[in-house]
Design a binder for this molecule. Structure first.
Ligand code: CO
Length: 514
């Protein structure tokens, strides 16, 4: 049968949407596992997830996909296909070609065993973390590292290059050397500012150490989402051990948070963070809806959005000028007599801490640099998984000057490795860097963009993000998107300048030369 280009494209889009449906049904199972699944249900759930992922994989790598891509002129040398394709279709074909080229190299059995091993590891990790029992998690970790190495090898990344193959899943086009190149000045600068701050008196924050009723915190979350413009008809907020965002459809974006009685800030900043991810996911334009292009450009770009809202907006003075009166309405007794400025200083308290997700905006990236360096050594073979707890302690001492007493507060704190997500961590710190490069451009385009934030009006910022970032979806790789928006390549300076300016003022640090 002879098909013309339009027919081939239509078929490829239909196939892509079908696979996306399968992937999203699988994501629904994962969401359920983190929010509701009873402990004993995990074994059977692992089988169900493995089956769905295998179906999605096999449907995608079927001969039809290969034929359609080849028929459109797409291949290793010409991923965008025939040059006569419209730009949007060229972007689509290039993305599918890359996905196809990756997936077709992985056997279905291998995909299913990865998913099964990950789901089992995840539940073993949750128990090991609860019981402070790293040895119980170790065999799972070793299996997942072997599988990750095997995956990278199938893609042509052998030996110490394996880590590059894994990084490429989350941050297409960025190698471990590229990342080390921006992390190194970051590491040096942040460590030195952190040392200067440690010699300053800490801001007053004793009022945060009180009981904050979880039900009131739940109502506060709803209010916060309303203020941030999260559309409850197109998304939900639930609870899980680790806050996250998952997209189950163009009009079904799920976010989660968690409530601690004695920690008011954890929920507030989790909600703002995840709402930042959701804003991106909810704003892809109609021409890419439902397909693979309706996705973040990369995990790092996604994090640039969540961290922009969490830190640049959510930890700013204008935001608290607007939101503090609202917060007072929820916790009038606990916050009685605490002026807004004192609260603002408390939410920006810098303090080396053991737990990444509770870390302040400044020391946060140091937690990431530790994980990046450990992952790099794991995949280069310099570090064996059994030695991780010791290496973790040494790294913490070196970077943050503190050492965890338990593995629960150390190497077992994060869910990522139990999900086989090696190479994911750098996204968080890259997100900080991208986010501040974007902010610099935003401030040039809209001087005084923070003024309306005092009235909790975010329309202008949101429109700028839509026009410059959201609308591209996954059409551009991160480096190309960054260049299009800012004219620059990835660099750490705008983030470092922002940190120096903000925390220099908060802690009255000596002004460094411009
Ligand atoms: Co995030």
């Amino acid at each position: 049968m002879i098909m013309d280009t339009t027919e081939k494209l239509e078929k490829l889009h239909a196939l892509d949407r079908e696979c996306r449906h399968l992937e999203r049904v699988a994501a629904l199972l994962d969401w359920d596992q983190e929010c509701y699944l009873p402990e004993e249900g995990v074994g059977e759930r692992a089988e169900q997830s493995a089956l769905l992922h295998r179906w999605a994989h096999e449907r995608f790598i079927c001969r039809e996909t290969g034929d359609l891509l080849a028929g459109l002129g797409s291949g290793a040398a010409t991923p965008r296909g025939d040059p006569s394709l419209p730009e949007l279709e060229g972007d689509f074909v290039a993305l599918l070609w890359k996905k196809y080229d990756r997936e077709v190299k992985l056997p279905g059995d291998f995909v299913a065993s990865c998913v099964r091993a990950e789901r089992l590891a995840q539940s073993a990790w949750a128990r090991a973390r609860r019981d402070n029992d790293f040895p119980a998690f170790l065999p799972h970790l070793e299996t997942l590292i072997d599988l990750a190495r095997q995956r990278a090898a199938w893609w042509g990344y052998e030996g110490s290059r394996a880590y590059d193959g894994l990084l490429d899943i989350y941050e297409p086009g960025l190698s471990q050397e590229d990342i080390a190149g921006v992390f190194s000045p970051l590491r040096e600068k942040l460590s030195s500012i952190l040392k200067e701050i440690a010699s300053q008196p800490p801001p007053e924050d004793a009022f945060l150490d009180q009981d904050f009723d979880p039900d009131t915190q739940r109502r506060l979350s709803r209010r916060l989402l309303e203020v941030l413009g999260f559309d409850p008809r197109r998304g939900r907020l639930d609870e899980s051990a680790h806050p996250f965002t998952t997209t189950l459809g163009a009009d079904d974006v799920r976010i989660t948070t968690r409530y601690h009685r004695r920690n008011l800030l954890s929920n507030i900043f989790s909600v703002i963070h995840e709402a930042g991810h959701a804003a991106y996911e909810m704003a892809f334009p109609p021409e890419i809806r439902g397909g693979s292009l309706a996705d973040g450009a990369s995990m790092g770009i996604h994090e640039s959005q969540s961290r922009f809202w969490e830190n640049v907006v959510g930890r700013s003075r204008p935001f608290w000028e607007g939101f503090y009166p609202v917060l007072l309405g929820f916790f009038p007794d606990q916050l009685r007599g605490v002026p807004e400025e004192v609260f603002y200083r408390a939410v920006n308290r810098v303090q080396p801490s053991l737990i990444r997700i509770e870390a302040d905006e400044l020391s946060y990236s140091l937690h990431i640099i530790l994980r990046f360096e450990l992952e790099r050594s794991l995949f280069s073979g310099d570090l064996s998984p059994a030695d991780l707890p010791q290496a973790w302690a040494r790294g913490m001492e070196d970077l943050l000057g503190i050492v965890p007493e338990t593995d629960t507060e150390g190497v077992l704190q994060d869910i990522h490795w139990s999900q086989g997500a090696f190479g994911y961590f750098p996204s968080y710190a890259l997100g900080n860097l991208y986010g501040l490069q974007f902010r610099k451009k935003l401030a040039e385009d809209i001087p005084g963009f923070e003024e309306p934030v005092r009235n909790l009006a975010f329309g202008e910022i949101r429109r700028w993000l839509e026009e410059h970032i959201y609308r591209w979806g996954r059409r551009l790789e991160p480096a190309a998107l960054l260049r299009k928006v800012t004219g620059e390549s990835l660099r750490a300076e705008p983030f470092i300048d922002y940190i120096e300016g903000k925390y220099g003022a908060l802690y009255h640090l000596p002004v460094s030369s411009p």
